[in-house]
Design a protein around this ligand. Structure first.
Ligand code: NI
Length: 508
């Protein structure tokens, strides 16, 4: 039973934060003070050898957007499989709800992830699974644990010793919630693993227990979360739980969101703007130029794609997802070394037009931060996920120094497809100044690359990064570009704040 003083010491927060993970930088690795006690620890994924990001996409309708990412770790295949099944199960649920109510105006499913702890004994992965719910948005969270000492996958309840420990924890949490937030309906909480499926530790070793939206109260409450102090939780932990707690404290990488927000404020003067190391080597006023663009990575095929591009001396623009970029910094560095350009495709690939201004800024600036920290230059280009943009998004992009980049040719590879079809569409659509949309995620795209390069090279094309299409007319922040054919912005003929050309386009 809980001691009387314990309940009062439980920290409680109900907030509508978009994520409890914050970005990391090695220079702040010594900072062990949680920016708030209910943050589950964040670990830099680049620390983990053999980690790749897998992405699930589905459907291709303008009013329905699906993007789910989860980590795959080479030496923990059971963990990868559990994460995959968890995501697919949630996606299946979304599809059933979405098909049952086809009148929903905006349907989106999005999963992003963070590492909650990593050591040679344990790995914790937190999945944040969000979906549109009527006019709103609802998130569920699951933290899966993997004990490397015996290759076991555990739900969060596996952090606890046994059923008695779960009962003790449930009572602690219920009492704490009831006393602090009357609007939380703590009476629904039961000592069942399903209610405690997202638990991790903050960098002090306190157990952080979080609930799904609408699980213990109205959706407007947002994320309801409780932190149980380390000294009080230790008696309830299983052997894996103790390993997880040790790992969380040891691997704390938590600089606090203030770091990247402050960074964004200073970004324009802190680092040089990103440009290809081979900018100036081609004059697109004379040469026949096309810009190959690859979105959503770095993914499992990115390394092979870079090999192919290198063989053809072709350069491309990579619109990277921030969460993926943070897992594969060496690939971003290689892109820059080899004359490619890295752009911003947001932190977790949400449809920006469905987000509030502050969340749009978060999505862009978190990605901006991790890319800049990696390549030492500040990205000047962003591509909105699904091509969903409007005057408001463009205005925010302007404040962050980002030009908005669409495309003029869609190779239609977002959901895999046949290699030959991808190559045919890319080649058929190409003309001088074309911006060709592809994704460095699936095998068919990677396999199509040599054929696209060979056929376009035979037609006399040179492959450059997007800004090089515009040569002596620099791209401007907040302007929208989908083709370099006219040598200027496609939106410059439209009234400011009006719809952009991107709104008609299908999903990148
Ligand atoms: Ni995309």
């Amino acid at each position: 039973m809980p001691k009387a003083g314990l309940v009062g010491s439980i920290a409680l927060l109900a907030a509508t934060v978009t994520g409890c993970g914050v970005l990391t930088t090695s220079t702040h690795a010594q900072d062990r003070v949680p920016s708030e006690p209910t943050m589950i620890n964040y670990v830099d994924p680049a620390r983990v050898h053999g980690l790749n990001v897998r992405t699930i996409t589905e459907g291709d309708a303008a009013d329905r957007h699906v993007q789910a990412a989860y980590p795959a770790i080479d030496d923990a295949p059971r963990l990868t499989e559990k994460l995959r099944k968890t995501v697919l199960g949630r996606l299946d649920h979304f599809n059933r709800v979405a098909s049952a109510d086809s009148d929903l105006p905006h349907r989106e499913f999005n999963v992003d992830w963070q590492l909650a702890a990593v050591s040679d004994q344990v790995i914790g992965v937190r999945l944040r699974m969000g979906e549109s719910a009527g006019a709103g948005w609802s998130e569920s969270r699951t933290t899966v644990w993997y004990d490397r000492t015996d290759a076991r996958v555990l739900d969060s309840a596996g952090l606890l010793k046994n059923g008695t420990a779960l009962k003790d924890l449930a009572l602690l949490v219920k009492t704490g919630l009831a006393g602090r937030r009357p609007e939380v309906n703590s009476s629904v909480i039961k000592a069942e693993a399903g209610f405690f499926d997202s638990m991790g530790f903050n960098s002090h070793g306190d157990l952080v227990v979080e609930f799904d939206d609408q699980q213990v109260g109205a959706a407007s409450l947002g994320r309801v979360v409780v932190a149980v102090p380390a000294a009080e939780i230790e008696r309830l932990l299983s052997a894996t739980g103790m390993r997880a707690q040790r790992a969380a404290v040891k691997t704390a990488d938590e600089p606090g969101s203030a770091v990247w927000k402050d960074f964004v404020a200073k970004a324009d003067t802190a680092k040089p703007p990103a440009e290809s190391s081979q900018t100036g080597s081609v004059d697109c006023a004379k040469a026949k130029c096309v810009a190959l663009t690859y979105d959503d990575g770095p993914g499992p095929g990115t390394e092979r794609l870079l090999d192919v591009l290198g063989r053809y001396r072709a350069r491309a623009t990579f619109f990277t997802v921030g969460a993926n970029a943070s897992a594969k910094p060496e690939l971003l560095k290689r892109m820059m070394r080899e004359g490619h350009l890295v752009g911003n495709h947001t932190w977790s690939h949400r449809d920006l037009t469905a987000l509030t201004d502050s969340k749009v800024v978060d999505q862009l600036s978190r990605a901006q931060y991790v890319i800049t920290q990696t390549i030492g230059q500040v990205p000047g280009l962003m591509r909105p996920p699904y091509g969903e943009s409007d005057g408001r998004i463009a205005a925010i992009a302007r404040t962050l120094g980002l030009s908005v980049v669409g495309w003029s040719v869609d190779a239609g590879d977002r959901h895999g497809g046949k290699t030959k079809d991808i190559a045919d569409r890319a080649v058929a659509g190409a003309k001088p100044g074309a911006v060709i949309l592809m994704h460095d995620m699936d095998d068919p795209t990677i396999k199509a690359a040599p054929e696209i390069l060979r056929r376009l090279q035979e037609k006399g094309y040179t492959f450059v990064t997007v800004p090089e299409l515009y040569g002596s007319h620099p791209m401007r922040p907040g302007e929208t570009y989908d083709s370099g054919a006219s040598g200027r912005s496609s939106s410059s003929e439209k009234p400011p704040g009006g719809p952009t050309a991107l709104e008609r386009t299908p999903t990148p």
